[in-house]
Ligand binder design. Structure first.
Ligand SMILES: [Zn+2]
Length: 256
């Protein structure tokens, strides 16, 4: 792999030429903020088994187990703040470069960093929804109920099951968000992928679609992905560090 400095220069040059940038982010951008992903040893995901959507619907015990895990995850998310990578993307949006931010994350850290329009493919942990009538709550309202001893909260209007507004395993992807994400992929001329191992379909097809329709790609991810060959520049370094350098390069007047 070429030196970090070389790769930064090349990526900055590409970014300077770009007129319509899409960013695609996954769990890796938030691990630097202290949020564990599926692979983090000892993380929330390591200590609880995955409850599928079907199980959640069918079993009270599964709902109790699910909410117990979520309660722990909320504490983790509450303690976490955006890092330089989140802030850099928000800044790219303010500069008018970044037109779309598509994320697989449910932690809301892009919004905390100041990004205004975020396409959340896997929903959000910041809200809860009644699965029967669709009523929405800020997640804090449900947290209060959990802390008060409820183990599987039900809707006060219809007694339906309440679930965080995230997409669970076994639940289909939100159609509108997927359509918007594909539009972004097709329209952009440059895509920055940060922190996804690109294993989960159909989300992983967003960078592929961008490449197919002529966009140039850079990948910032700790590990290999199935489509590394599509990226013109690859970074294995910290996303926060890489994004801060790219932003610095983009703002510098020099032609390097
Ligand atoms: Zn309801």
């Amino acid at each position: 792999m070429r030196t970090f400095k070389d790769r930064i220069s090349q990526a900055v040059a590409l970014l300077k030429e770009a007129g319509n940038v899409t960013a695609f982010t996954g769990a890796g951008i938030s691990t630097e903020s202290g949020i564990s992903d599926f692979r983090s040893k000892g993380g929330v995901w390591d200590r609880y088994r995955i409850v599928t959507y079907q199980e959640f619907i069918e079993s009270h015990d599964a709902r109790v187990e699910y909410w117990k895990m979520k309660k722990e995850l909320f504490h983790e998310i509450k303690a976490a703040g955006p890092n330089n990578a989140h802030y850099a993307l928000a800044e790219l949006e303010r500069m008018g470069k970044l037109k779309c931010l598509v994320t697989q994350n449910i932690d809301g850290l892009h919004q905390d960093a100041g990004s205004s329009s975020v396409i959340e493919l896997h929903g959000t942990n910041r809200k809860a929804v009644c699965l029967s009538c669709g009523k929405l709550w800020p997640i804090e309202d449900i947290q209060v109920r959990l802390e008060a001893g409820e183990v599987a909260p039900e809707c006060d209007e219809c007694r339906g099951f309440i679930k965080p507004a995230t997409i669970s395993f076994g639940q289909s992807m939100p159609e509108q968000e997927m359509i918007k994400a594909y539009e972004c992929a097709v329209r952009c001329d440059f895509l920055i992928m940060i922190g996804s191992s690109l294993q989960v379909e159909p989300a992983a097809s967003i960078p592929r679609e961008a490449h197919r329709t002529g966009a140039r790609l850079i990948y910032i991810n700790r590990t290999e992905t199935p489509t590394d060959n599509l990226a013109e520049v690859l970074f294995r370094e910290n996303a926060g560090e890489v994004m801060a350098e790219l932003l610095r390069g983009l703002k510098s007047k020099s032609a390097d």
